[in-house]
Write a protein that binds this ligand. Structure first.
Ligand code: FAD
Length: 550
């Protein structure tokens, strides 16, 4: 047998012949839909794609992957610079959080990907592994060292990453996810890192090695982009297997309910091509619908807080009050400078990342920032102080103390959920933000960046009360919605350390919902880890078991 090199494999996966084989195979499988599969994976987003592909790698195992969104075969997805154009369009669920009194009554947009690949098909392509403190915290919460930093570092290095940058003990090659350092750093990006160093943030060789063990620092970003094209997690994991007869991928397939026999999940109901269909899972059902839809489906299927379920006439399958609680996310805020005549990077994707902390007792950063040549602001703040035509922004993210919640408005799949993002509910968040923003301003105003700047626009030297208004009017999401079906051992935990839903057999959750708290940095890479852990757990527990052997 001849082994294909990576570039051969890429060329093969995108060849017209392979594309036709995939189309024909998937049409055949969809036409010949079965009443049961070994595994039914709900959601072909970041974590769901990893899990489905790892399970289907065994040709004996029959996998059905159900995705409510449509194809990713679009320049909007494939060109990573068009991510901004996906927001609010048909690749986005278009969620909106409830009006928040702490944000002066604003109801902020709360985008999530609705397409093969989920968030990984519309995001900014930054690859951020999560800090060692995050993973060690998860291991402690779960009571399982398999979630700890050492184990996860091993996974990244030996299974997940195909690192195209300078080799190091921290990075691995040959994995499924192509990761490159920022291509052709622009002089602005180089100046920005000099600026970061000038305000005391040490420089690291890349975003995901030693920096993820440090208290603060800066580096060029890592990204899942190759030759200018997005490498979504769906394309990296699932697409290469889609000509196999054991992997059925249905798009526009909206999962509406989990089916049970006693305390066992036996399958799901889903809407597809105008029909409501039922499908059985002989081994397990896995929910990978993301941190908003996973708790929604659990609750509408009878798993959640009994009082809330009763109020909508939903029969209780399993009382788990933590479902939908604990919503965690990074808040984002834009600091804006008027640009000089010096050229700026044209791509709306940062080439740099800086992490810092606002509290000496912390062992990991609670702030980070990316940079882009766009005005990152809200309509309210733009109306207050209009940004000039030519600007650049620091897009600052903070891990807040406040937690939100996802609640039902009804028992039907078409009933929207109430998203209470709850930003700034805890007063400590505003205090930290005021401090953290000062570090961003120091960076933006630092000497190495002066030649790119005419003046600081947002927030500038506002009075303390105006600064507060500016934050209340300016906070938005960094799109890292997580933690609504958290893994752990307390009364609000929804899944155990093996991602099994408490009290129910044959049902797991594998997506950002299970994180006990949001990571330091972005959440795509951690969701790949979740998908890999879920696959390893299922393979350990069920081995090569298939429908014919159960
Ligand atoms: C605009 C934006 C920019 C971002 N930028 C970055 C970045 O640069 N780097 C980074 O690391 N992270 C980024 N993120 C976050 C990251 O993409 C997400 O955290 C990650 O994709 C979450 O993975 P998941 O598996 O939990 O869910 P998702 O990837 O959201 O997948 C869930 C999938 O389930 C599907 N689904 C939902 N409900 C149903 C249903 N009822 N039936 C069937 N299917 C359903 C969805 O359509 C979706 O495909 C960004 C996110 C957004 C939205």
């Amino acid at each position: 047998m001849q082994i294909m090199s990576d570039s051969d494999k890429d060329a093969f996966d995108s060849s017209p012949l392979y594309t036709r084989q995939v189309q024909e195979n998937q049409q055949r499988l969809a036409f010949d839909l079965q009443t049961g599969y070994d595994y039914v994976i709900c959601g072909a987003g970041t974590a769901g794609s990893v899990l489905a592909a790892r399970l289907a790698a065994n040709p004996e195992v029959k996998v059905l992957l159900l995705e409510a969104g449509g194809t990713d075969d679009s320049e909007l997805v494939m060109d990573p610079n068009r991510w901004v154009l996906t927001l609010g369009g048909n690749l986005d669920w278009g969620f909106q959080a409830e009006a928040n009194p702490h944000l002066n009554g604003r109801a902020i947009p709360y985008s999530m990907g609705k397409v093969l690949g989920g968030g990984s098909s519309i995001n900014v392509s930054t690859w951020s592994r999560g800090h060692q403190d995050d993973w060690n915290f998860y291991a402690a919460e779960a009571g399982d060292s398999a979630w700890g930093y050492d184990a996860v570092l091993d996974l990244y290095r030996h299974r997940i990453e195909d690192w195209a940058g300078t080799p190091s003990d921290y990075r691995g090659t040959g994995g499924s996810v192509y990761v490159q350092p920022a291509a052709d750093p622009h002089p602005f990006s180089i100046a920005l890192l000099e600026g970061a160093e000038s305000i005391g943030l040490p420089r690291f060789e890349d975003q995901n090695g030693r920096l993820m063990e440090a208290e603060q620092g800066c580096a060029f970003v890592d990204e899942t982009v190759r030759n200018g094209r997005r490498q979504s997690i769906f394309r990296s994991y699932v697409y290469p297997l889609m000509s196999q007869p054991n992997l059925t991928v249905l798009t526009q397939a909206m999962v509406t309910r989990i089916r049970f026999q006693g305390s066992r999940a036996t399958g799901v109901e889903f809407r597809w091509q105008g029909k409501l269909l039922c499908v059985n899972a002989s081994i397990e059902v896995v929910l990978a619908l993301g941190a908003i839809q996973t708790p929604k489906l659990l609750m509408q299927s009878g798993i959640g807080d009994p009082d809330q379920l009763r109020s909508f006439g939903i029969e209780i399958q399993q009382a788990l009050p933590g479902v939908g609680r604990n919503l965690h996310d990074h808040v984002a805020f834009g600091c804006i400078w008027e640009a000089s005549t010096e050229p700026l990077p044209t791509a709306p994707r940062s080439q740099t990342v800086c992490f810092w902390k606002t509290n000496a007792t912390l062992t990991s950063p609670n702030f980070y920032t990316y940079a882009a040549g766009i005005p990152f602001t809200t309509p309210e703040n733009a109306a207050w102080i209009a940004p000039p035509e030519k600007v650049w922004s620091l897009i600052v993210g903070m891990s807040p103390v406040s937690r939100g919640a996802i609640r039902l408005t009804g028992s039907n799949a078409d009933d929207p959920v109430r998203i209470d993002a709850n930003y700034l509910a805890d007063p400590r968040d505003l205090t930290e933000l005021k401090t953290g923003i000062e570090q961003a301003r120091a960076l933006g105003n630092s000497a190495p960046l002066r030649r790119y700047t005419t003046r600081e626009v947002h927030p500038g030297t506002l009075s303390s009360s105006n600064r507060e208004q500016f934050l209340r009017n300016g906070l938005v999401t960094f799109w890292h919605q997580s933690c609504t079906a958290k893994m752990g051992r307390d009364e609000l935990s929804v899944v155990d350390h093996r991602l099994k839903v408490y009290g129910i057999d044959g049902l797991r959750v594998a997506d950002a919902s299970v994180l006990p708290r949001v990571t330091r940095g972005n959440t795509m890479a951690p969701c790949v880890v979740i998908g890999e852990r879920a696959a390893a757990i299922l393979q350990e527990e069920h081995g090569h078991m298939t429908a014919s052997t159960v």
